[in-house]
Design a protein around this ligand. Sequence first.
Ligand code: PLP
Length: 370
Amino acid sequence: MSDVIYFDNNATTRIEPQAYQAMAPYLTELYGNPSSIHSFGAGCGSEGDNTAIRGILEGAPEKRHFVTTAVEHPAVLGLGQHLEKKGYRVTWLGVNEDGMLDLDELRDSLSDDTAMVSIMYANNETGVVFPVREAGEIVKARGIPFHVDAVQVPGKIELDVKNSPIDLLTVSAHKFHGPKGVGALYVRRGITLRPFIVGGHQERNRRAGTENVAGIVGMGEAAEFTAKDVAAEREHVGGLRDQLQKSLVSACPGARVNGAKSNRLPNTLNIAFEYLEGESILVLLDEFGICASTGSACTAGSVEPSHVLRAMKVPPQWLQGAVRFSLSRYNTPAEIAFAADKIPGIVQRLQGLSALGRVGTRETLPGQAS
Ligand code: PLP
């Protein structure tokens, strides 16, 4: 077992050695300008999301309504807020207590003024998987462009864009053992996309700028590696996740698994410990070399409770105490056993320190409504 137990794979993953080796020549001897290569390798996931959404909206300036969900990653959430400031009407679709989307709410939100719909495939904090096929059928029945942020999906569940009602789909290499700062945006033939980065004619006029060749090569290699044996990996990683979940739920009274009743990514466990703060748990986990996260990496360090857990109406005594364990194919049963052995002690120690923990039967925190 290595010194570090890495359970933060929804934040970023370790680069796969073959991807790294494939990139090396493009950073040294193969340095030619790639303008003649016709692949579409955008920047990171955030850039892919921005390219898709801004590119569609700009192509239909007469339509002023944008539909997304309240639990998106900040890449889409922030853009939606920006669009609101620019005068767009934005529908923020809610989720139920299990983090699941309501397809009737989606259907009812659509109008002749709707320029596009963008929803995530799987939630980065809870792992909850949305029914994107059904959602896409509803959206396409109205002839509206449909974008899916699938950044958390590759290697975790099967992804088939060709046989689905998806017009645009974003992935990001560093979430599937590829390099950081490179991603891909799938654009269905026939979809008109205005460039977000304007300038030269690279990438068939869709994104100006000399391509990050080494990054794109590394992403291709990582994609091939990741696409192999997805079913077997899902079973392996899902088994480890389920084991960790079972151990923690039985050893930590008051622990609550967020999104447990929904279809979830097999690698993700979002578990909240009553009356504790996730950040304190992370500090003590770190002493044992265990890396996890309280939610999305982009909000780490912020004291605001997660917008995802708030949208799920997680009761206040669990809102601050969520920890996300996100596994990868590189994790082992020994690492799970080690974590399952150490975490209950950490939780007990913190609950002992916490005045709130000592009155752990209260339903609400002081000053908060139930
Ligand atoms: N979308 C989702 C669902 C994510 O989880 C992330 C990253 O955590 C992003 C978009 C942004 O990707 P990137 O970090 O490559 O910009």
